[in-house]
Design a protein around this ligand. Structure first.
Ligand code: CAA
Length: 377
């Protein structure tokens, strides 16, 4: 077993760490306040090659392995979990095309990402969250076309993405087995954006509703076969969950670093609070959790790269790392007391950002179900 990183991974980590220091951290509070990513940053993310990480080399991307992408997302998570979410949503929306796309679909989708554009993964609906198989958006065949009608909700990159991976039902009576994936370009007639969410955290990422009103798509927009959508969605979520873990680890690491620094500077009862054993115990527990979460994320990313079944490990990594982010950011704020609760420091933002990690890409209750199912059945 080798825990060292390759020279390529170290180089990527340094490039992203520099971007985080110069272009993300100084603007994180502003993006949190105003909502959305600064347009200048979108351009820099594209120029740095962070929006097409999983696009294969033969299609013009870097074609990075899961381990390297995990390392990159951890660095982004250190800077701003909202920005990291928008970037990671690109991989989420691209994996289905990598899995099942035709040459034509790959060319179209990958080229957009290579140009620095965003993509979005649209599965969730007002009444289909954890129960992803109950998608009500319908796709009815009309000659050589499909007509899509329905509403998608909580879609990361909704509005700013150029292309949307939309899951619709082509055979409602078949339930899960009727789910089918479609590639929907922005600007398709009948396809519009509804309510933009005013969120508690990850406010740099845009989240909005998608409205499909008689959207007419050619057959060539269908990804894979009819009825293959649920499996595509599940395979994609398996592949993406370790990355939610990676962002969570970065977020938790930043909160821990801030708490250590603060506890060495803050003096009470005539000494730095870091000299008090109750504070030391909190910091030690935080450090243990972050380290364990990082190892679980690395293991899930490594398994992803081996091409073996890894649903359980992906769920463990996502669940443990996001629970860690919630616990560590909460305790970092606690160590900082009133200053942590004030917007003067990023502690309260870290805590707000951490909460969604336990919710999106499958709630941690769903992750526990996935883990338990793999143990029992
Ligand atoms: N890989 C491959 N196949 C899978 C699978 C997996 N991980 N999980 C399930 N399947 C298959 C099963 O084998 C089964 O196939 P058969 O019928 O042929 O046997 C079929 O799918 C149905 O499986 P289940 O009976 O287990 O399905 P279910 O309806 O009970 O749901 C679930 C399972 C795990 C709860 C699933 O619905 C789920 O993951 N829900 C959470 C949805 C989710 O993560 N949403 C996130 C949205 S995206 C997002 O948040 C992005 C963002 O904005 C950042």
């Amino acid at each position: 077993m080798d825990f060292s990183l390759s020279s390529e991974q170290l180089e990527f980590r340094k490039i992203v760490a520099d971007l985080v220091e110069k272009e993300i951290k100084p603007y994180a509070a502003e993006m949190d306040r105003e909502g959305g990513i600064r347009p200048e940053l979108i351009k820099k993310l594209g120029d740095t090659g962070l929006l097409n990480l999983i696009v294969p080399e033969e299609s013009g991307g870097p074609g990075l392995d899961g381990m390297t992408i995990g390392i990159i997302y951890e660095e982004l998570g250190k800077g701003c979990a909202g920005v990291a979410t928008s970037v990671a949503a690109n991989s989420l929306a691209t994996y289905p095309v990598l899995l099942r796309g035709t040459e034509e679909q790959k060319k179209y989708h990958f080229n957009l990402l290579n140009e620095g554009k965003f993509a979005a993964f649209a599965l969730t609906e007002p009444n289909a969250g954890s129960d992803a198989g109950s998608v009500a958006t319908g796709a009815v065949k009309d000659g050589s076309h499909y007509i899509l009608n329905g509403t998608k909700t909580f879609i990361t990159n909704g509005g700013i993405a150029e292309v949307y991976l939309v899951f619709a039902n082509t055979r409602k009576s078949a339930g899960i087995r009727g789910l089918t994936a479609f590639i929907v370009p922005k600007g398709t007639p009948g396809f519009s954006f509804g309510k933009k969410e005013d969120k508690m955290g990850i406010r740099a990422s845009t989240t909005c509703e998608l409205i499909l009103d008689n959207v007419r798509l050619p057959e060539s927009s269908r990804l894979g076969r009819e009825g293959e959508g649920f499996r595509i969605a599940m395979n994609t979520l398996d592949a993406a969950r370790p990355f939610v873990g990676a962002v969570s680890v970065g977020l938790a690491q930043s909160a821990l670093d801030m708490a250590v620094k603060y506890s060495k500077e803050r003096r009470q009862f005539g000494q730095p609070i870091a000299s008090f054993q109750l504070v030391q115990a909190m910091l030690a527990d935080m450090s243990m959790r972050v380290e364990a979460a990082r190892l679980l994320v690395f293991k899930a990313c490594w398994l992803r790269d081996q091409g073996v079944e890894f649903s359980r490990e992906a769920a463990i990594a996502k669940c443990y790392a996001s629970d860690t982010a919630m616990e560590v950011t909460t305790n970092a704020l606690q160590i900082m007391g009133g200053y942590g609760y004030s917007k003067e420091y990023p502690a309260e933002k870290y805590m707000r950002d951490a909460k969604i990690m336990q919710i999106y890409e499958g709630t941690n209750q769903i992750q526990r179900l996935v883990i338990a199912n793999k143990l029992i059945y």
